[in-house]
Design a protein. Sequence first.
Length: 263
Amino acid sequence: MMLALLMGGLGLIVGSFLGLVSLRLPRGEGVMLGRSRCGGCGRPLKPWRMVPVVSWALSRGKCSDCGAVIPVRYPLIELAAGAVGAWAALCFPDPAHALATAVLGWQLLLIAVIDAEHFWLPDALTLPLFLSGLFAAVALDPANVQSGLQWSLVGPLTAPLIGAAVGFGGLWLLAFLYRRVRGRDGLGGGDPFLLGAIGAWVGWAGLPSVLLWASAAGFAVVAAKLVLRRPVTSADRLPFGVFLAVGAWMTWLYGPLGLGALG
């Protein structure tokens, strides 16, 4: 429980950064340089106005200088990132596994937010997800943990590299066939890269479960629209990256469906 509290608190801080990145990256702005500013008056935010969730609640969601409304998306992202950190610790009591799981979840959260808002899966997010999956495979390999700094790369990297190749190749082929048959794009260009990056984390054996979870999440959204009597047509666009992120998270936490937990 103590680890969950620590990871949850760390997640709130990370969530504040994720909210900033989700705003600046689609605009083509630098995400590492420059102070946070109010979107209304442009004034730099004081340190006490950047405390995750708390600052937003105390200011009642408004800038104290100009009164501009601070979108609720920011505390929601912070809370979601905090929940990811706590969830990771509750599922993996080992600090190394908990941290790796949280890093995966935070990356997936950022990807899901940007895809949901902009229908965009930039390489600047999918490539780090792929590389972090390779690093996690090496760092969490039991043989490498016991050997300290004398890491072996060949064995631990086999499964994630195969998973990445199968994930990218499978979804790219599906998108290609859909385009040839229907004469229009059925998937975004970033979806194969995202599934390839996910494959680096869950391996090839986890990819079917990722797609099953993603499909279930997509069907749930469509069902909710029908229940709410919202119009649903074949031309509707859905941010598939959001559903892939859900599938990746659930598969990493609970393993491939029907195959037991991941190693």
